[in-house]
Write a protein that binds this ligand. Structure first.
Ligand SMILES: NC(=O)c1ccc[n+]([C@@H]2O[C@H](COP(=O)([O-])OP(=O)(O)OC[C@H]3O[C@@H](n4cnc5c(N)ncnc54)[C@H](OP(=O)(O)O)[C@@H]3O)[C@@H](O)[C@H]2O)c1
Length: 324
């Protein structure tokens, strides 16, 4: 098969379409012939050499894909060759085939093309596990989503609305119309406005009950300032640095909490638990059309370098697909 390989970590030009050995399914795995894969920010970091794949993961980039099962490994039950699936991956999506643990497979949602389904597994699992499973978003809460225009952000807006929350996003202004159309109640241009003041004004001084944060250190203090009493900050990205100072007095005053997680490093069993939760709680919302994949564009997988340049420009809205 072919896959995108990296001879030397570096810029987008490091991504090469190369002939590599076919995968074989291990215990509890199936092999999926890839119809589409999707690009995630983490892929950019891996390309640059800052985010090595966890032990046992395929060496190639790619945290999610869709496709058709072509081989079934020992110990797998209830799957068949020819089944259409999408999958959460620890790596290996930028390829014509990938081996996937059975517990990381999801069905293709109703009324959705196999290609579109590639845009969902990583964002659905990340957003659900952080916003709902950990930060316990409830109906009537206010959810503040940083990076609202990205793959994670566009999914979080829709999930928040589908669960009955008020949703505030931060994003550059050209993305606001799309985000309001997706259901966001307020869009803040973080390059020209203070999101703390805007959030407090909009919530009549209460603040956000849950904050999904991709910025990290640079926003720590301001996130606490924008938090409602008993609020929860879920950090999933470090685009603004990893070391910051936290005013614990301010956090205690809000009875607030801060969590920080990464999905990729979780065990196969833990990923299976999250995928099962997504299937039970999120997939019905997708089947019903309340959440849809937001796809900026699809590019040939061999041109993955162009997809990475687009992601690094941040000019995309939603997801970028790669077609082998
Ligand atoms: N921990 C986990 O398990 C996990 C899993 C998946 C993703 N992530 C993280 O989640 C983040 C988003 O991933 P993604 O794949 O959705 O990337 P993405 O599509 O590139 O979205 C990120 C968006 O953030 C916006 N942004 C950048 N700086 C910002 C700031 N200071 N305030 C608000 N928005 C800002 C950019 O848009 P504009 O600046 O144009 O508005 C960009 O489009 C990444 O940091 C990624 O590493 C974590």
């Amino acid at each position: 098969m072919h896959a995108i390989t990296i001879e030397q970590p570096g810029g987008p030009e490091a991504l090469l379409w190369t002939e590599v050995p076919d995968p074989t399914p291990g215990e509890g795995e199936v092999v999926v012939e890839v119809t589409a894969a999707a690009v995630n920010r983490a892929d950019v970091m891996q390309r640059q050499g800052h985010y090595p794949p966890p032990p046992g993961a395929p060496p190639y980039l790619g945290l999610e894909c869709s496709g058709v099962i072509t081989a079934i490994g020992p110990g797998v039950t209830g799957r068949h060759v020819g089944e259409r699936v999408c999958a959460l991956l620890a790596g290996g999506g930028y390829a014509e085939q990938v081996a996937v643990p059975e517990g990381q497979l999801l069905p293709v949602p109703q009324g959705m093309s196999l290609q579109e389904a590639a845009a969902l597994p990583e964002v659905a699992c990340t957003v659900w596990s952080n916003v709902v499973d950990i930060a316990r978003l409830r109906k009537g809460d206010t959810l503040l989503v940083h990076g609202g225009g990205g793959g994670i952000g566009t999914f979080a807006v829709q999930l928040g609305k589908a669960l009955g929350a008020t949703v505030i996003v931060t994003a550059r202004e050209p993305k606001h119309a799309r985000l309001l159309d997706l259901g966001a109640d307020l869009a803040i241009d973080y390059t020209s406005s203070d999101f703390v003041g805007a959030t407090l004004d909009f919530t009549e001084g209460r603040g956000a009950n849950v904050i999904l944060d991709i910025v990290g250190a640079k926003y720590l203090d301001r996130n606490v300032a924008a938090l409602a009493p008993d609020g929860r900050i879920a950090i999933i990205g470090l685009q603004g640095g990893r070391r910051g100072e936290l005013d614990l007095g301010a956090l205690m005053g809000k009875r607030g909490s801060v969590s920080a997680t990464t999905l990729r490093a979780r065990s196969v069993a833990d990923k299976a638990r999250i995928v099962a939760g997504v299937r039970e709680r999120v997939w019905p919302l997708v089947d019903a059309g309340a959440i849809r994949p937001i796809i900026d564009r699809a590019v040939p997988m061999r041109d993955a370098a162009d997809a990475h340049r687009l992601m690094e420009s941040s000019d995309h809205v939603g997801k970028i697909l790669l077609l082998p």
